[in-house]
Design a protein around this ligand. Structure first.
Ligand SMILES: C[S@@+](CC[C@H](N)C(=O)[O-])C[C@H]1O[C@@H](n2cnc3c(N)ncnc32)[C@H](O)[C@@H]1O
Length: 288
């Protein structure tokens, strides 16, 4: 390990170059107050690459040959905090509004799709799957799938493994632990999600600012605690895209400190705290 790299100092101009790149690539808004956080998180990358100063690092990530490192940079700068059964009132709303629709779909063999956009280490999509399969066990045998995506390849790989230290499972009930987890092989103190639940979920790398290759609409989209890191301009570019990706009457969930201001102008109606429905009466006004 190079002592020089460990101590490298990030100057304001270089910070601004890195922040502009992170914004362009991922929507992350890095204000100057975040300089020390960025310095500390990226020192690990300098060390891994044996680069001794931030100017050299910034030149690399801004160049074509630096595209791979750019992914690691964004990964280092994103905040991946998540918990099982976070904001449980959303699960109640899901049951109340969508379970009757899901039951009809199960009876007629129709597909049911949910998207966890910005899924981090997988706690959110696994919680959705556990909640719904426990409430309506027939879902486990129905055409029910959850797409779980994140920009950060490291969290996508972690979530796909689905193995968690037991102390991260305190919000998971004993019934859910015994029904959906098993002892992780060769990993003392960890539980892993059982295969039949894993099979419901497809984890993929996806940047919300890029193209969305999905062709089918979703019955519900969870994008919680993701857009809080974006500015209003980026958020307002996403709302119409989420509306477009939702089935008629599909539900859209944001995190506790996120809001759509004037939801009706984006074709949503509010159904609870940070919970919205794609409203057939409301067609989105074009926002550019
Ligand atoms: C704080 S976590 C939220 C996890 C989960 N949704 C929850 O509420 O617990 C935010 C996640 O958003 C992801 N993220 C940030 N910018 C993104 C982007 N442009 N496209 C896709 N995911 C992004 C981060 O990598 C991170 O894993």
């Amino acid at each position: 390990m190079s002592a020089g790299a460990t101590q490298a100092t990030l100057g304001l101009d270089t910070f601004k170059d890195i922040a502009a790149l992170a914004y362009r690539e991922s929507g992350l808004l890095l204000v100057p107050e975040k300089l020390l956080m960025v310095q500390s998180r990226l020192r690990h990358r300098l060390r891994a690459l044996q680069i001794h100063d931030f100017d050299q690092y910034a030149s690399l990530v801004c160049s074509d040959p630096g595209r791979d490192e750019l992914r690691f940079m964004i990964s280092a700068l994103t905040t991946n905090v998540s918990h099982f059964f976070r904001e449980p009132h959303h699960f109640d709303l899901l049951t109340e509004h969508l379970l009757p629709i899901f039951r009809k779909k199960i009876a007629t063999g129709q597909r049911i799709r949910i998207w966890s956009a910005g899924c981090s280490n997988g706690q959110e999509p696994y919680s959705i799957a556990m909640h719904l399969c426990r409430t309506e066990p027939a879902l486990a045998r129905a055409d029910f799938r959850i797409l779980a995506t994140d920009i950060d390849p490291n969290v996508v790989a972690f979530a796909t493994r689905g193995t968690y230290p037991e102390q991260q499972l305190t919000a998971v009930s004993e019934a859910n632990k015994s029904g959906f987890f098993e002892q992780a092989p060769n990993n003392a103190g960890c539980l892993t999600v059982q295969d039949y639940l894993k099979k419901i979920i497809s984890f993929r790398e996806l940047n919300l600012l890029g193209a969305w290759p999905m062709r089918q609409t979703f019955d519900a989209i969870f994008c919680r605690n993701v857009v809080i890191y974006f500015d209003t301009k980026t958020q307002e570019k996403l709302w119409p895209r989420f509306k477009e990706a939702l089935a008629q009457d599909g539900m859209f969930f944001l995190g506790h400190s996120e809001r759509i201001s004037s939801p009706d102008s984006f074709g949503f109606s509010t159904i609870g705290p940070t919970a919205y429905k794609a409203d057939k009466q409301l067609s989105a006004i074009r926002h550019n």
